[in-house]
Design a protein around this ligand. Structure first.
Ligand code: GCO
Ligand code: MG
Length: 402
C-alpha cells in the first residue's frame, strides 16, 4: 500500500480547525488533527509546503519510521508547529492501520484497560453562587469530575469564564483582546470559592482548577496549601513550566496534586517534571505532542514515576484529536482523567464520530481506526476566520502570562 495524496483542510465551524487527510492507493484514508489555536495557518503551511510532498509514495504502515523521518529529517527539532504537523501525520497513519486491520486503534495499542474514560467538564460563571448552579448541571449530566472557574471580584474578565457556558472559546478576535490581572485579588478569592463548592457537593465529586500559568512557585504553593482542605483532584498549570526545576519549590509547600503539560510538545519538555516526581498528572495530548506514538512514549515514562495522564481536551482540539486521545486513554495503565469540553453541533457535524458520552465516561467506540472523519464538503462551507487568543496585563500594564 502507498500514500497517493494528503490534503490539508482548514475549516471554521464556529472556530478554526486544521485537519490532515491521508489517502492511499487502495482507497483507505486516515485523518489527523493539526490545530494550533491562534496559529493555525503556520501548521497548515508546514504540512502543505514541507510534509505532504514527502508523504506521497511512502508506505502508510511504517508509522514509527515516518515519525522519525519527519522529526530527525527537519533538523530543527521540537516546538508546537513542527510537533503538531508530525502529530497529524502520525494520527492519520494509526487511523489507516486500524482500518486495514479492521480494528479500533485502542486494540492495536493493547486493548482496554478500563470500562470507560472518565472525563471532566468545565463549570464556569462570574460568581460563586452561579458556579454552584453550573456544577449541579454537570452532576445532573452524570459527570464525576468538574473543573471550576469563576470571575474574580475587582477584575473585569477572568480566564475560563465564558458568555456561552457550554462552548467556551477564548480566541475571540483577530487582534488579541486584553485582560487585566491581579495575583493578590485572585489568591484571596479562589479558596473561598472552593470552600463553598466542597460544602455544597460533599467529598465524592472530583474538583479541578486551572491557574493558567499565572503564578510564581511560591504563590502557587500558597494557593495549593489554602486549597488542601477542599481536596482538589488537581491544580493545573500553577506556573509557567519552562523552568521545570521551579516546581521543586512549589512541591515543598503543598500536597494539592499538580497537573501540567497542555503546552508541551515532546517528552523532553516534561522529562524533569516526571522523573523528579514534581507533578501528578501530565496533560500533553495527541495533537500538540507528536501524535499517538509520541504521547504513548510520554505516558510510559510517566507510569514509571507514579504520574498519571490528564490529556488536554479543550474545544480548540478537534474531534479527531479527541477520538485519538480516547484510544490512548483506554489502553494505558496510568490513565488519570480526560478533559472534555463539548464541541458545538456545527463542529460535530463537520467531524462525524463514533465516540459517545455516558454517565461521565467517554468511549471511542469500536469502528475500525479512530472512528472519526471529516465531511470535506461541509467543511468547505466554513471558511477560515483569523482568531487570536487573548493577552493579559497586570493592572499597571505589564505583560503577564495569559
Ligand atoms: C484547558 C486550557 C484551554 C486553553 C486553550 C488555548 O485547560 O482546557 O487551558 O482552555 O486555554 O486550549 O487554546
Ligand atoms: Mg489548562
Amino acid at each position: 500500500m502507498r500514500i497517493v495524496d494528503a490534503r490539508v483542510i482548514v475549516t471554521c465551524p464556529g472556530r478554526n480547525f486544521v485537519t490532515l487527510k491521508i489517502v492511499t492507493d487502495e482507497g483507505v484514508t486516515g485523518v489527523g488533527d493539526a490545530t494550533l489555536n491562534g496559529r493555525e495557518l503556520a501548521v497548515a503551511a508546514y504540512l502543505t509546503e514541507h510534509v505532504v510532498p514527502l508523504l506521497v509514495g511512502r508506505d502508510p504502515a511504517r508509522i514509527e519510521d515516518t515519525w522519525q523521518y519527519l522529526y530527525k529529517g527537519a533538523y530543527w527539532r521540537r516546538g508546537p508547529v513542527t510537533m503538531s504537523a508530525i502529530a497529524a501525520v502520525d494520527t492519520a497513519l494509526w487511523d489507516i492501520k486500524g482500518k486495514v486491520a479492521g480494528l479500533p486503534v485502542y486494540q492495536l495499542l493493547g486493548g482496554r484497560c478500563r470500562e470507560g474514560v472518565t472525563v471532566y467538564g468545565h463549570a464556569n460563571a462570574e460568581t460563586t453562587d452561579e458556579v454552584l448552579v453550573e456544577i449541579a448541571r454537570y452532576v445532573d449530566l452524570g459527570y464525576r469530575a468538574v473543573r471550576v472557574q469563576t470571575g474574580v471580584p475587582g477584575l473585569a474578565k477572568t480566564y475560563g469564564v465564558s458568555g456561552d457556558r457550554m462552548f467556551y472559546e477564548p480566541a475571540d478576535a483577530a487582534i488579541p483582546t486584553e485582560a487585566a490581572w491581579s495575583t493578590e485579588k485572585y489568591l484571596t478569592h479562589v479558596p473561598n470559592v472552593f470552600a463553598k463548592v466542597r460544602a455544597e457537593f460533599g467529598p465524592g465529586l472530583k474538583l479541578l482548577h486551572d491557574v493558567h500559568h499565572r503564578l510564581t512557585p511560591i504563590e502557587a504553593g500558597r494557593l495549593g496549601k489554602a486549597l488542601e482542605p477542599f481536596a482538589l483532584t488537581w491544580m493545573e498549570d500553577p506556573v509557567p513550566a519552562e523552568l521545570q526545576e521551579g516546581f521543586r519549590l512549589l512541591r515543598q509547600h503543598t500536597t494539592t496534586p499538580i497537573a501540567v503539560g497542555e503546552v508541551f510538545n515532546t517528552i523532553w519538555d516534561c522529562q524533569q517534571l516526571i522523573t523528579e516526581q514534581l507533578i501528578d498528572y501530565i496533560r500533553t495530548t495527541v495533537v500538540h505532542a507528536g501524535g499517538i506514538s509520541h504521547l504513548r512514549r510520554i505516558y510510559d515514562l510517566a507510569a514509571l514515576y507514579h504520574v498519571r495522564s490528564g490529556s488536554h481536551g479543550a474545544t480548540d482540539l478537534s474531534p479527531v484529536c479527541m477520538a485519538a486521545a480516547l484510544h490512548v486513554d483506554l489502553s494505558i495503565p496510568n490513565f488519570g482523567l480526560q478533559e472534555y469540553m463539548r464541541h458545538t453541533p456545527e463542529t460535530d457535524e463537520v467531524f462525524p464520530h463514533a465516540y459517545t458520552f455516558d454517565r461521565g465516561y467517554l468511549d471511542p467506540g469500536d469502528a475500525p481506526g479512530l472512528g472519526v472523519d471529516i465531511d470535506e464538503e461541509l467543511a468547505g462551507q466554513y471558511p477560515y476566520r483569523p482568531a487570536s487568543l487573548p493577552v493579559n496585563r497586570l493592572e499597571d500594564g505589564t505583560m503577564h502570562s495569559w
